[in-house]
Design a protein around this ligand. Structure first.
Ligand code: ZN
Length: 399
């Protein structure tokens, strides 16, 4: 989203105070043009990228800042005053052009180049093709001088050539466009340019041969590359590989804390449940403390571990029968084939909760909707067997 704010700004040249609309934020979505003009919505903020003092005509990206020492003299020149009036150009274009004159006079060819290019963009938007062409030639000339002065429009290797080639091509100077793009491609042989830059350079040559002066995007240059179908296929394969890896990771995570994993883990720990049986004197709180380390060793989602510990704490369930009943109730949620492979554990769990049928019935019922992969615990909403959690004043009281 693009947003603007109103700011009071004092002109850096004459001090005149004025309220100006200032760009607060913007974003871009899509591919930039070959001259790096950004896509929407940033594209539509061009008018806010230059300010003009309503009193003295000082033009700059931010007129509150101090001007170059040469600004006063430049602003008095007839050419500046004429450009400020616009001569039928959109005001964004004339203000950009004035800013460019000030940078030019201050020997800042790179900034002057951008000012001219942005003036060309404003003319494009107003369908002023003739003026746009002149501003592009001016921009190319200024960028050329900037590059000679080692002020590169872009750090990226070959990108300045790609930009210059586009300026000349759109101005109808196809010979210059081919020459610049070819010079950029030579850099590839000398140490490489990145693939997008290479695509842009090659595309410029192609467009120049076709005498095409229209606006094209970086995305079009990429799609015009001879190996684009292979790249697309490779990118699609990579996306698919990532999707599959993510799915596999999710499945693994689900499996890791699943009822099936609980059964497996509990089966491997069962022979260790041979501690002394709790006595009737042991209170519910102590039992909860006693079962917690076991629950922590099991691959349980925190919510399931908390439920089991809360049951022991609330109803005084004895630890060993509870673990046996939990194993049996969970085993019941697995397929018959899987259940068959836990025969030994099943017998041990049955022994562990012998005499605790209500506890087993209750857990069976609470876990009725769980599956091998998904926990689902819901206390019964009904009457009858397994409907109520058995309370344990003492071990064996339910026999
Ligand atoms: Zn002013």
């Amino acid at each position: 989203m693009t947003s603007f704010s109103s700011q009071r700004i004092d002109c850096g040249v004459c001090g005149h105070s004025q309220i100006l609309s200032v760009l607060a934020s913007t974003n871009r979505s899509g591919s930039p043009d070959l001259d790096l003009r950004p896509p929407s919505m940033e594209r539509e903020t061009l008018h806010a990228q230059v300010q003009s003092c309503t009193a003295c005509g000082y033009c700059a990206p931010s007129i509150g800042q101090r001007p170059h020492a040469s600004a006063g003299a430049t602003m008095k020149r007839a050419a500046y005053r004429a450009m400020l009036l616009g001569n039928g150009l959109p005001s964004t274009a004339s203000h950009m052009a004035c800013w460019g004159m000030l940078e030019e006079a201050a020997d800042q060819p790179l900034r002057a180049g951008w000012a001219a290019l942005k003036a060309a963009w404003a003319c494009d938007d107003a369908s002023k093709q003739g003026a746009a062409k002149q501003f592009r030639e001016l921009a190319a000339d200024r960028f050329d001088r900037a590059i000679s002065a080692r002020q590169m429009p872009f750090e990226e290797r070959g990108m300045s050539h790609a930009l210059m080639a586009d300026l000349w091509r759109r101005a109808g100077r196809f010979d210059m466009a081919v020459s610049l793009a070819s010079a950029g491609l030579v850099l590839k042989a000398m140490g490489g340019v990145n693939r997008t830059v290479e695509d842009m350079l090659r595309y410029q040559v192609q467009l120049a041969w076709q005498k095409d002066t229209a606006c094209h995007t970086v995305g079009q240059a990429e799609r015009a590359a001879p190996d684009w179908p292979e790249r697309e296929a490779a990118a699609a394969a990579e996306r698919q590989r990532c999707d599959e890896a993510q799915r596999a990771a999710r499945a693994l995570e689900r499996e890791r804390l699943s009822p099936r994993a609980l059964v497996r883990s509990l089966a491997s720990l069962t022979t260790m449940f041979t501690g002394p049986e709790e006595t009737g004197a042991m209170d519910a709180g102590s039992r909860a403390e006693k079962i917690r380390p076991w629950l922590e060793r099991l691959p349980l989602p925190p919510s399931m571990a908390a439920i089991m510990e809360a049951n022991v704490r609330a109803y005084g369930w004895p630890v060993v029968p509870t673990l046996g009943a939990f194993g049996l109730a969970t085993l019941g949620r697995l397929d018959a084939d899987e259940q068959a492979s836990f025969g030994v554990s099943e017998r041990m769990w049955n022994e562990m909760c012998e005499g605790h049928a209500p506890l087993l019935d209750y857990l069976h019922w609470c876990l009725r909707d769980a599956t091998a992969l998904t926990w689902h615990y819901s206390p019964p909403q009904r009457e009858g067997i397994g409907a109520k959690p058995p309370a344990y004043p003492a071990v064996g009281a339910t026999k």
